[in-house]
Design a protein around this ligand. Structure first.
Ligand SMILES: Cc1cc2nc3c(=O)[nH]c(=O)nc-3n(C[C@H](O)[C@H](O)[C@H](O)COP(=O)(O)OP(=O)(O)OC[C@H]3O[C@@H](n4cnc5c(N)ncnc54)[C@H](O)[C@@H]3O)c2cc1C
Length: 400
């Protein structure tokens, strides 16, 4: 019998394990892939605040972000600059690994190469059924078909990213909205500025990005698309666009397609179970970034689990305090951000262009810039919606 099994050795699962183990609770993290951090499905941009807020090592930082150019459907551009870096480009695998190391250092155990395939209620415990990786499985990729084993735990924390089979089975639901993504990393020739691109032809309902960074003296970029529609075709067009401009040499980079939840589960607790991170849909509805909110909620989840051990009560009713805490902290942000996403998704390319023109005049960009925060978007959204000229455009789609 193990105290807590964490399903998924991503940053959020490992961070929850770190907090729990620090409380003297026995934790086993089960990760399906053979190595922590791989494969990478992320741009690895981490807001400056996160390193201090979660006491994270800066070792995985590759580069800083001080400037981003926003590009409208017709090619108008607005630049946001900050004197200090507002975010950092990290080596995302190394980012996960330093958090895993933190957890190991305080006594958590991490077992790789085993996928959790079921959770079942048991006598004063929960059964965690795992499928072990088949010997000789392809490097870096889970390839099941090994034997099954069952662990018994007092509690389980679901931190397996955007897969919702177990959550559905436990009555937690699934996120109401997902973004599809496609991204690749490649060498770049002479375009050292970060870009975010908008428009129906580029990334319907969302945005595309070009994120340059230096690694060992060479310039690379993570180039990607998020969209409500399958993203790979849009990625191919985007890649062609930058290649035609002479910035990318690789003629056929292999992009990875993935998904991001942009709405939380209706419920993130069940008897003896908590869900956290992407597994709970705890991301920013605007951008889909999930590292900051996931780590924050891992603190709430681990704190609540520690209280459950002290009280000897693992019922959903007791664990609901986790749900209350994280919703109290993130609820207002999520509400405003997902309302804004709803408005944005209804906008035509012409309307997006009009917004760019308005923001670019009368010092509005400067006023908005003062409200920008990498992980907290409510303020800047409300400031935009309070500008009558912008609000007229944002709300137009609601009446169409
Ligand atoms: C293209 C793209 C770009 C992104 N860019 C950013 C960004 O720049 N900044 C940002 O903040 N966020 C970004 N995100 C979102 C971010 O990657 C996620 O929010 C973050 O990874 C969530 O962490 P997690 O630990 O909850 O889940 P994950 O990182 O998905 O980790 C889950 C882990 O659980 C394992 N697992 C899954 N199921 C099981 C199972 N049944 N049994 C055992 N193990 C299992 C997986 O192998 C994985 O290791 C991006 C996402 C995408 C797709």
């Amino acid at each position: 019998m193990i105290d807590v099994i964490v399903v998924g050795g991503g940053p959020v699962g490992c961070y929850a394990a770190f907090v729990l183990a620090g409380e003297g609770i026995e934790v086993l993290v089960l990760e399906e892939h053979p190595a922590i951090g791989y494969p990478v499905d992320c741009s690895g941009v981490v807001g400056a605040e996160a390193f201090d807020a979660f006491d994270l090592s800066r070792e995985p930082i590759l580069d800083e972000v001080r400037m981003v150019r926003l590009i409208s459907p017709s090619g108008e551009s607005l630049s946001y600059r900050s004197a200090e870096p507002f975010a950092y480009v990290t080596d995302r695998a190394a980012f996960d690994q330093v958090i895993a190391r933190k957890a190991l250092d305080v006594g958590a155990v991490i077992q790789t190469g085993c996928r959790v395939v079921d959770l079942r209620p048991a006598q004063a415990a929960i059964e965690v059924v795992i499928e072990e990786e088949r010997r000789g499985a392809a490097e870096g990729r889970y390839d099941g078909k090994g034997g099954q084993r069952t662990f018994l735990a007092r509690m389980a924390i679901l931190a397996g990213g955007p897969w919702y089979k177990l959550q559905e089975k436990l009555g937690m639901g699934t996120p109401k909205a997902l973004l599809r993504t496609a991204q690749a990393e490649m060498e770049v020739v002479g375009l050292p500025e970060a870009q975010v691109l908008f428009g129906r032809a580029v990334a319907p309902g969302s945005f595309a990005w070009f994120l340059p960074f230096r690694r060992e003296g060479h310039l690379f970029a993570r180039v990607g698309v998020s969209s409500r529609e399958p993203a790979l075709p849009y990625f191919k067009q985007l890649h062609e666009r930058f290649r035609a401009s002479g910035y990318l040499a690789d003629p056929a980079p292999s992009a990875r397609a993935w998904v991001i939840p942009i709405a939380p589960l209706s419920r993130t607790v069940a008897d003896r179970v908590l869900a956290v991170g992407d597994a709970a849909g705890q991301t920013k509805p605007t951008t889909g970034g999930g590292l900051f909110y996931g780590l924050l909620c891992a603190q709430f989840a681990a704190g609540t689990a520690a209280e459950a051990f002290r009280a000897g009560d693992f019922s959903a009713r007791f664990l609901e305090r986790y749900e209350k805490r994280w919703r109290q902290r993130l609820g207002p942000e999520l509400k405003v951000a997902s309302f804004f996403r709803g408005l944005f998704e209804r906008m035509t390319d012409t309307e997006i262009d009009q917004c760019f023109q308005i923001v670019g005049t009368d010092g509005l960009l400067g006023r908005l810039s003062r409200r920008v925060h990498f992980d907290w978007h409510k303020d800047v959204i409300l400031t935009m919606l309070r500008q009558p000229a912008l609000a007229r455009i944002f709300f137009r789609g609601l009446f169409r």
